[in-house]
Design a protein around this ligand. Sequence first.
Ligand code: NI
Length: 176
Amino acid sequence: MALREIIEVPDPRLKVVSEPVTVFDEDLRTLVADMFETMYAAPGIGLAAIQVAVPLRVLVIDLQEPETEDEDAEPVKDPRVFINPELFDPSDALNTYSEGCLSVPEIYVDIDRPAAIGVRWQDLAGTRHEELIDGMLATCLQHEMDHLEGIVLLDYLSRLKRTMVLKKLEKLRSAA
Ligand code: NI
């Protein structure tokens, strides 16, 4: 396994529409293992392949939610891989979360998304699955699905706000 570089806005590669996976081989397993390692190290709870500059429809998610309400409880690892995911049956009810993104550091944007949704996907062996999901997983998955279409958090902002955010990020980078 290896850490991969996470690309950040305004890198034009983040606007690429990712291609379906057709070959379920060792390279794919390596990509997914690297994506998990990169996501955990960041740290983050979701990552799309395009964020490590690979334009394939591959997502990894691990909400790492503790099993209890105790704030000191250790997070429990629950790695999920979604290959060629498709959404269906979005609920009318919406959830609003303040979302962050490893490709848009230090920025949080309130986004409304369907609170519950169906997802079909393939696993590393190419086997098809289907599940109805809600809560944080539904929000996180929909955020990652946006990446597959070349959409990032900034696209939910007005042009003026987007320009301000990009300037702020540029300043943060030059100060680093
Ligand atoms: Ni993101």
